[in-house]
Write a protein that binds this ligand. Structure first.
Ligand SMILES: NC(=O)c1ccc[n+]([C@@H]2O[C@H](COP(=O)([O-])OP(=O)(O)OC[C@H]3O[C@@H](n4cnc5c(N)ncnc54)[C@H](O)[C@@H]3O)[C@@H](O)[C@H]2O)c1
Length: 367
């Protein structure tokens, strides 16, 4: 069996937020080699990125067309890491050449784009997967199993929060939001940027997505776009919850956290302590699970690159996704930890219903 898979990047240059993370995550378990890229439309950044990522100069391209022309037959997958508004145009080209695609979230930016990408992608196409990196945390995978085995009882309530300070940061005048993040054409940017993570986590953990939403969007910053959203949601008749996203929480870099209430236990997790799952029990006791005490998933060897008690975090969670993707491609078998068009369609439906609800002030059914 071939040992390492060959990966190419579109976008993800050293000037980007997420490129370096993909580079590092893909390398961690020695399943992928980043061998080529069109990392940036800026020639200097493109070359520098190839240099930093240790890519041979002859395989750094200055146009998407050249990248596709010379690389499509040589790669096991392409990672699409450009700003979200450019995804659909590039996806259309990649789908045509039928190469496995690993796309940063969210896949698309509007209902029309979702429909277009879906109509182009057929059973003959190899693979399209979207990286929802937070689902790579071992203890959340443990939680998924705990919920599936009904250890917390019947799910009654769910709360997913992602507050950040991106639009009110005062710490450095150099750190300004990228221009494409300040444009609400298509879905409000914050829904794709933060909201999509939360809906995906809900679907991943509970294996259900809301069927009705009541949404309200707000603007609290100087940027004239939606920068806060409060979305109350229902799953079935008596399961309710909330998604809250914000870019205007002073001092909070990333306050991702969740609470899930079951008939037997309440579960709490926050990303700042990603290895710890707190369970509140009916008798008032609290149980804390980590990799050393987990029983279904998080104790597996693949997550224990080093012993419990020695913190692992964001990079390792991202790397877990790359290992899942490699396994899927090598063994040609879908696993529970990679996400395709179906999950992006659910997120798109959730966004459509939320937009309609914000406009009308009414509960809206999610398709
Ligand atoms: N999973 C996460 O936690 C996470 C975090 C940040 C960003 N993202 C997602 O990753 C994607 C990229 O976001 P970002 O913040 O890194 O963007 P960015 O603007 O910081 O960087 C984009 C990179 O792509 C290059 N680029 C731009 N347009 C291009 C084109 N047409 N062709 C080739 N290269 C191009 C830029 O030079 C840059 O290197 C978005 O979809 C975003 O939602 C995900």
């Amino acid at each position: 069996m071939k040992k390492n898979l060959c990966l190419g990047f579109i976008g993800g240059g050293t000037n980007s937020t997420i490129g370096r993370m993909h580079y590092l995550a893909s390398k961690l378990d020695n399943k992928w080699n980043l061998v080529s890229g069109f990392f940036s439309r800026n020639k200097k950044i493109n070359l520098k990125s190839g240099d930093v990522y240790n890519v041979n100069k002859s395989r750094i391209y200055n146009s998407l067309n050249d990248f596709i022309k010379y690389e499509s037959s040589q790669l096991d997958a392409v990672a699409l890491l450009t700003p979200t508004p450019s995804h659909s145009k590039i996806l259309k080209k990649l789908i045509k050449i039928n190469i496995p695609i690993i796309c940063e979230k969210p896949l698309i930016n509007s209902k029309n784009q979702m429909n277009e990408v879906k109509s182009l992608f057929s059973n003959k196409n190899k693979l399209i997967r979207v990286t929802y990196n937070y689902t790579g945390y071992p203890i959340l995978r443990e939680l998924k199993k705990i919920i599936k085995k009904k250890k917390i009882g019947k799910i009654k309530q769910f709360f997913f929060y992602m507050p950040q300070n991106a639009f009110v940061k005062k710490t450095s005048s150099k750190i300004k939001p990228k221009i494409w993040r300040l444009n609400d054409t298509g879905y409000p940017n914050i829904l794709g940027d933060l909201g999509s993570h939360l809906v995906q986590m809900c679907d991943f953990l509970i294996e259900k997505t809301p069927n009705k939403v009541l949404a309200k969007f707000f603007n609290h910053s100087n940027y004239k776009i939606v920068d806060n959203a409060l979305i109350t949601a229902k799953i079935e008749k008596d399961i309710f919850g909330q998604f809250v996203v914000s870019k205007t929480n002073p001092g909070i870099s990333n306050g991702l956290e969740l609470k899930i209430v079951g008939s037997k236990k309440t579960i709490f997790w926050k990303q700042i302590e990603p290895e710890k799952l707190v369970m509140f029990n009916l008798d008032g006791t609290k149980t804390i699970l980590d990799r050393s005490s987990a029983v279904y998933e998080a104790n597996k060897e693949r997550y224990n690159r080093y012993k419990p008690g020695h913190p692992s975090g964001f990079l390792e969670a991202f790397a877990n996704i790359y290992l899942d993707l490699a396994n899927e491609i090598i063994f040609k078998k879908k696993n529970d930890y990679t996400f395709g068009l179906k999950s992006s369609q659910k997120i798109s439906n959730f966004c459509d219903a939320s937009i309609k609800s914000d406009k009308t002030g009414r509960w809206i059914k999610v398709k």
